[in-house]
Design a protein around this ligand. Structure first.
Ligand SMILES: *[C@@H]1O[C@H](CO)[C@@H](O)[C@H](O)[C@H]1NC(C)=O
Ligand SMILES: *[C@@H]1O[C@H](CO)[C@@H](O)[C@H](O)[C@H]1NC(C)=O
Ligand SMILES: *[C@@H]1O[C@H](CO)[C@@H](O)[C@H](O)[C@H]1NC(C)=O
Ligand SMILES: *[C@@H]1O[C@H](CO)[C@@H](O)[C@H](O)[C@H]1NC(C)=O
Ligand SMILES: *[C@@H]1O[C@H](CO)[C@@H](O)[C@H](O)[C@H]1NC(C)=O
Ligand SMILES: *[C@@H]1O[C@H](CO)[C@@H](O)[C@H](O)[C@H]1NC(C)=O
Ligand SMILES: *[C@@H]1O[C@H](CO)[C@@H](O)[C@H](O)[C@H]1NC(C)=O
Ligand SMILES: *[C@@H]1O[C@H](CO)[C@@H](O)[C@H](O)[C@H]1NC(C)=O
Ligand SMILES: *[C@@H]1O[C@H](CO)[C@@H](O)[C@H](O)[C@H]1NC(C)=O
Ligand SMILES: *[C@@H]1O[C@H](CO)[C@@H](O)[C@H](O)[C@H]1NC(C)=O
Ligand SMILES: *[C@@H]1O[C@H](CO)[C@@H](O)[C@H](O)[C@H]1NC(C)=O
Ligand SMILES: *[C@@H]1O[C@H](CO)[C@@H](O)[C@H](O)[C@H]1NC(C)=O
Ligand SMILES: [Cu+2]
Length: 572
C-alpha cells in the first residue's frame, strides 16, 4: 500500500499544473482563507478540567463566514496525536468530491504533523451549515458553524432583515475522553457511556454543577428581530430547543429556505441545522433558552439519556448589567423525551418553496431497511446478549470501512476495495415494524456501494424496523440535497403512500430524521460525480455499520466530470 501511495503522489504531481490552471480560471469569485490548526485545549466544565481536541484553541471551533459563490481555500494542520479529517457538512462540493472529508471514503486521514491544503466553492446554498471532524468520534469537540450569506435572495423569499444574529450550537460534554468512550463502547459491544451534559455553545448552563457562572447570555434589544443559527452537533441525540415566552419562526433548514413556520419548540436531529427568527417582544428581562433530548428509542433495555436541559439566557439590553437570578427564571416547556407525535407534526409542517424543481420521474427506486443486528463477539460478555455485539445494517449490509479511500479506489480502478452490489431492497419482505423477535437479523459484513448514472433521479424509502426495538435514524447524504417527499409510521406501502407524496413543496435537506417505527421517502438527482457517503448521523450507529455510499458516474463534458485529485491529498 505504501508503494502504491508513492506512485499516487507522483501521479498527482503531474496533475498539479492542470489544477492550477483550473484554479485561475475562476477569478471573479471571492477567495476566503480558512486556517484550521487542530490542537489541544484545556477547558473546564461540570467541575472537571480536561484537555480536548479542538480547532484554533476554540471549543466549539471558529465560525466560517462566507457568501454564496465564494471559494474557500482551507489549510487544515494537524498538531494532535490522532488522525483527523474535516467534513464540510451539507456543502454540496460540486466537482470537489476529493475534499468532502469522511475518512477512508473520500480521503485518507491527515496524520499528526501534516497539513491538507485545498479548496472548494459554495454553490447555490445559503443559511447555516457546520464543519466537523469525520473520523471516529472526534466531531464531539471538533466542530463549528458555517454561515453562508445569500448573494441574491430569490423573489419568493419574504424580505426579513434581522438586526443581528446569534450562532447556537447544541452539543454534548463528557467528563471522560471521548476516544475512551468510543473504545469502551467497542469493547462491550453495545451501548456507550452517555454524555454527562448537554451543551449550548459548549456550555451546560445553570442547571448543572459548577456551570452557573459560565451560563451563556445572548443579548437582544427590545423590539428587534434576530436570526438564530441552530446546529445540532451532538453525536447521538436528537434535541429539542425552545426559548421561554418567545415564538420561533423557522425560515431555513440545512441551508435551504423553508416557508416560515411558527412554533414554540423545534427538533433537530444530529446533522440538521435551522435558521430561526425571534422577535424580542417581551418585557425587559432574562429568559431561559433550553435544549433537551428527544429519545424515541424503545429498546429492550431503554437507551438512557441526559435528562437535564442545557440552558442559556436571552438577555434584553437593559438587563445586561445586572446578574441573573436563576431561581426566578422559568424554563420553556419542552415536549416529553419520547413525544413522537409532536416531532412528526413538526417535521411534516416544515415545507420548502413551490419554486423548486422537484423531479417527477424516478430512475432508481430503492427501499432501504434500517436495522440493528448481531454479530459474534467472544469478548463481549454483558447480558442480555453474551458473546454478541450489536451492529447496525441497511438492507442486511453492515458497512466496513476500507483501508484506502473509496474515491481513490474508484478513480484509480483499484480492485478489491469495494463491491458494487449493494441491494436495492431488503433480502425479503417482512413486517418491518412488527414486534416479532425473528426480525433480529444477522447481517453481512462488507463494503458495498451503489453505482448511479449521471443525471438520474433516485428515490429512497428508508424503512425503520423493529429489530431490538424502535429507533429514529438521522440519515445524512453527502454531496447533494434531497427532497423529503413523505414520511409516516408503520410499514411503507407504495400503493397506499406513493400517491400522497409531497411533490409540491417538500423541504430540501441533507439529513432526514427517519421516524422511530416508521419510514421516510426522499428524492434526489445525480448532478455531482464522485463517491458520496450516506450514513446514520448517530456516531454510534455509523460506527456499528449503518453506512453505504453512492458512486455517481461522470456525465458529459468538463462541467459534469470529476476532476483529478488536488495536489497533496493526505496519503495513507
Ligand atoms: C493543559 O493543562 C496541562 C496540565 O495542567 C498543561 O500541562 C498543559 O500545558 C495545558 N495545555 C494548554 C494547551 O494550555
Ligand atoms: C481547573 O483548572 C483551574 C485553572 O485553570 C483551577 O483553578 C481549578 O482548581 C481546576 N479544577 C479542578 C477540578 O482541577
Ligand atoms: C498551513 O498551515 C500551517 C500551520 O499554520 C503552515 O505551517 C503551513 O505553511 C500552511 N501551508 C500552506 C500551504 O499555507
Ligand atoms: C451536583 O453535585 C451534587 C453533589 O456532588 C450531586 O449530588 C448532584 O447529582 C450534582 N448534580 C448534577 C446536575 O450534576
Ligand atoms: C412566560 O411564560 C411563563 C410560562 O409559560 C408564564 O408563566 C410567564 O408569565 C410568562 N412571562 C411573561 C413575561 O409573559
Ligand atoms: C402542528 O404544528 C403546527 C406548526 O407548529 C401547529 O400550528 C399545530 O397546532 C400542530 N398540530 C398539532 C396537532 O400539534
Ligand atoms: C435521569 O438520568 C439519570 C442518569 O441516567 C437517572 O439515574 C435518573 O433516574 C434520571 N431521572 C429521570 C427523572 O429520568
Ligand atoms: C454579580 O455577581 C458578582 C459575583 O457574584 C458580584 O461580584 C457582582 O457585584 C454582582 N453584580 C451585580 C450588579 O449585582
Ligand atoms: C405488523 O406488526 C404490528 C405490530 O406487531 C401489527 O400491529 C401489525 O398488524 C402487523 N402487520 C401485518 C401486516 O402483519
Ligand atoms: C443477512 O445476512 C446474514 C449473513 O449473510 C444471513 O445469515 C441472513 O440470513 C441474512 N438475513 C436476511 C434477512 O436475509
Ligand atoms: C454542463 O454544461 C452543459 C452545456 O453548457 C449544460 O447543458 C449542462 O446542463 C451542464 N451540466 C451541469 C451539471 O451543470
Ligand atoms: C492514521 O492513518 C494512517 C493512514 O491511513 C494509518 O496508516 C494509521 O494506522 C492511522 N493511525 C491510527 C492511530 O489509526
Ligand atoms: Cu441510526
Amino acid at each position: 500500500m505504501r508503494q502504491y501511495s508513492r506512485h499516487f503522489s507522483a501521479f498527482i504531481g503531474q496533475l498539479l499544473l492542470i489544477c492550477l490552471v483550473l484554479q485561475f480560471s475562476t477569478t471573479n469569485a471571492t477567495r476566503r482563507h480558512v486556517n484550521f490548526v487542530i490542537d489541544y485545549v484545556n477547558v473546564s466544565r461540570l467541575c472537571h478540567n480536561k484537555s480536548l481536541i479542538a480547532v484554533n484553541g476554540k471549543f466549539p471551533g471558529p465560525t466560517v463566514r462566507v457568501t454564496e459563490g465564494d471559494h474557500i481555500i482551507f489549510n487544515v494542520t494537524n498538531l494532535v496525536e490522532h488522525n483527523v479529517t474535516i467534513h464540510w457538512h451539507g456543502v454540496l462540493q460540486v466537482l470537489t468530491n476529493w475534499v468532502d472529508g469522511p475518512e477512508y471514503i473520500t480521503q485518507c486521514p491527515i496524520q499528526p504533523g501534516r497539513s491538507f491544503v485545498s479548496e472548494f466553492q459554495i454553490v447555490e446554498q445559503r443559511g447555516t451549515l457546520f464543519w466537523h471532524a469525520h473520523i471516529q468520534w472526534l466531531r464531539a469537540t471538533v466542530h463549528g458553524a458555517i454561515v453562508i450569506q445569500p448573494r441574491h435572495k430569490p423573489s419568493y423569499i419574504p424580505s426579513i432583515k434581522p438586526s443581528h444574529e446569534h450562532i447556537i450550537i447544541l452539543g454534548e460534554w463528557w467528563n471522560a475522553d471521548v476516544g475512551d468512550v468510543l473504545q469502551d463502547a467497542l469493547d462491550i459491544g453495545r451501548g456507550y457511556a452517555i454524555p454527562d451534559a448537554l451543551t449550548i455553545n459548549g456550555y451546560p448552563g445553570a442547571l448543572y454543577n459548577c456551570s452557573q457562572h459560565l451560563t451563556q447570555r445572548f443579548r437582544v434589544t427590545k423590539g428587534e428581530t434576530y436570526m438564530l443559527r441552530l446546529v445540532n452537533a451532538a453525536l447521538n441525540f436528537p434535541l429539542y430547543f425552545a426559548i421561554a415566552n418567545h415564538t420561533l419562526t423557522v425560515v431555513e433548514a440545512d441551508a435551504e429556505y423553508t416557508q416560515p413556520l411558527e412554533t414554540d419548540v423545534v427538533m433537530l436531529a444530529p446533522g440538521q441545522t435551522n435558521d430561526i427568527l425571534i422577535t424580542a417582544n417581551q418585557p425587559e428581562g432574562n429568559y431561559y433558552m433550553a435544549c433537551s433530548v428527544f429519545n424515541p428509542n424503545s429498546n429492550i433495555a431503554n437507551v438512557p439519556h441526559p435528562n437535564i436541559s442545557a440552558t442559556a439566557v436571552l438577555t434584553y439590553s437593559s438587563s445586561l448589567a445586572s446578574n441573573i437570578s436563576f431561581s426566578q427564571l422559568q424554563l420553556p416547556s419542552l415536549p416529553a423525551f419520547d413525544d413522537i407525535l409532536y416531532v412528526a407534526n413538526f417535521t411534516q409542517s416544515l415545507r420548502g418553496y413551490y419554486a423548486m424543481n422537484i423531479p417527477q420521474e424516478v430512475h432508481y427506486d430503492l427501499l432501504y431497511t434500517l436495522s440493528y443486528s448481531f454479530l459474534p463477539c467472544p469478548t463481549c460478555q454483558l447480558p442480555p446478549y453474551p458473546g454478541q455485539r450489536i451492529t447496525t445494517s441497511i438492507n442486511n449490509e453492515t458497512f466496513v470501512l476500507p483501508e484506502i479511500s473509496l474515491l481513490e479506489a474508484y478513480y484509480n480502478h483499484i480492485n478489491g476495495v469495494y463491491e458494487t452490489d449493494f441491494p436495492e431492497k431488503p433480502p425479503y419482505e417482512f413486517n418491518y415494524t412488527g414486534i416479532e423477535a425473528s426480525d433480529i437479523p444477522t447481517s453481512n459484513l462488507g463494503t458495498k456501494v451503489t453505482v448511479l448514472e449521471f443525471g438520474k433521479t433516485v428515490q429512497i424509502v428508508f424503512q425503520n424496523t423493529h429489530s431490538l426495538g424502535y429507533d429514529l435514524h438521522p440519515i445524512h447524504l453527502h454531496g447533494q440535497n434531497f427532497f423529503l417527499i413523505g414520511e409516516g409510521f408503520g410499514n411503507y406501502n407504495a400503493s397506499l403512500h406513493a400517491s400522497s407524496f409531497n411533490l409540491r413543496d417538500p423541504p430540501f435537506r441533507n439529513t432526514v430524521a427517519v421516524p422511530s417505527g416508521g419510514w421516510a421517502a426522499i428524492r434526489f438527482t445525480t448532478h455531482n460525480p464522485g463517491v458520496w457517503f450516506m450514513h446514520c448521523h448517530f456516531d454510534l450507529h455509523s460506527t456499528w455499520g449503518m453506512n453505504t455510499a453512492f458512486i455517481v458516474k461522470n456525465g458529459q463534458g468538463k462541467n459534469e466530470t470529476l476532476p483529478p485529485p488536488p495536489a497533496n491529498m493526505p496519503p495513507c
